[in-house]
Write a protein that binds this ligand. Structure first.
Ligand code: NDP
Length: 300
């Protein structure tokens, strides 16, 4: 079987092209979609992620402001900043870059972001709406996975999808999306985690595998059935002898699934580019909602 590589770039370019008109329409009434990214501490990977997000916003003539806070920042200082951003009409999306330094309570901080500006889709109100089947902001990475499945016409309805990983930012919202009666959804979904006794017994049955465990190359060719479609969400560093001293690999051992799987997303270059694209899409959506509310207020 000739395994197809499902690249993220054409999918994200297609979405960017659709967003340009929406952004121009907002700009014509004086609204520029703007993200506030809060970066706490000096984790190098987080710095790269935030820089890449800012670049993507600038490329499409949107704005992004980065608020850098020291690693020792107090919870109350962060909550004050978020409160100010919540009430700033020029800010349409607020992102708190994870992971946070250990002394901070992620839940308290993420819950303080207004659900109306929660473009990461991590607020319980947005996760609740997603579970209900009526989402507004959908977490970016799972939303990006759905866009890949849609773009490459991968049949989802009626299929058995196996998700490896149950985090709040990937696995659980992925389950909520694939199990819903949505256009790309309506699958029978199994969700696996470290408590799963025999992972392979599930992956071998899957028509679709979403690998999001954060374990380098854990899904091997002998764990899958012929013709499965695989989306590899994992981004892991593996030390090697290259100049950089490491390479980036996914949760799937890509070489070993080639020839067995029908398709697989590459790492890097698969799901990675989609997460930022979805962040931009959510921020544009938020700015459009702001425009509607402003018009409604003026008409009253
Ligand atoms: P977390 O560490 O929060 O969650 C990992 C999940 O995988 C947990 O539910 C854990 O189970 C499960 N798991 C871990 N090891 C195993 C195992 N051996 N067998 C079965 N299940 C296992 O990770 P995230 O969800 O945040 O991220 C997952 C991966 O996706 C990472 O590599 C991350 O870098 C990447 N990622 C990529 C993004 C992108 O833009 N492409 C965005 C976000 C994440 P348990 O709950 O029992 O601990």
């Amino acid at each position: 079987m000739n395994t197809v590589l499902l690249k993220g770039k054409p999918v994200s370019e297609n979405i960017y092209n659709n967003l340009i008109n929406r952004i121009n329409s907002l700009k014509s009434v004086g609204i520029t979609p703007q993200l506030a990214a809060i970066l706490i501490g000096d984790d190098p990977a987080s710095q790269v992620y935030v820089r890449n997000k800012s670049r993507a916003f600038e490329k499409l003539n949107c704005k992004s402001q980065v608020f850098k806070l020291g690693v020792e920042s107090s919870e109350s200082a962060i909550l004050d900043l978020i409160n100010n951003l919540n009430s700033d009409d020029n800010i349409h999306g607020i992102l708190v870059q994870l992971p946070l330094p250990k002394h901070l309570n992620s839940k308290t901080i993420l819950h303080s972001v207004s659900p109306n500006k929660d473009v990461d889709g991590f607020h319980p109100s947005n996760l609740g709406l997603l579970l209900e089947g009526n989402p507004f902001f959908i977490p970016c990475t799972p939303q990006g996975v759905i866009e890949i499945l849609k773009y490459y016409n991968i049949e989802v309805s009626g299929m058995h999808a196996v998700i490896v990983g149950r985090s709040n930012i990937v696995g659980k919202p992925m389950f909520a999306l694939l199990a819903q009666k949505f256009e790309i959804g309506n699958a029978t979904v199994t969700i696996c985690h470290t408590g799963t006794k025999d992972l392979e017994a599930y992956t071998i049955q899957a028509d679709i595998i979403i690998a999001a465990a954060g374990v380098p190359e854990m899904i091997k060719g002998n764990m899958i059935k012929k013709g499965v479609n695989i989306v590899d969400v994992g981004i892991n560093r593996l030390d090697d002898n290259s100049e950089k001293g490491y390479k980036i690999v996914g949760d799937v051992d890509t070489d070993s699934v080639m020839g067995i799987a029908k398709s697989v997303t590459p790492v890097p270059g698969g799901v990675g580019p989609m997460t930022i694209t979805m962040l931009l899409k959510n921020t544009v959506k938020s700015a459009e909602k702001f425009r509607q509310l402003t018009i409604a207020r003026l008409n009253n």
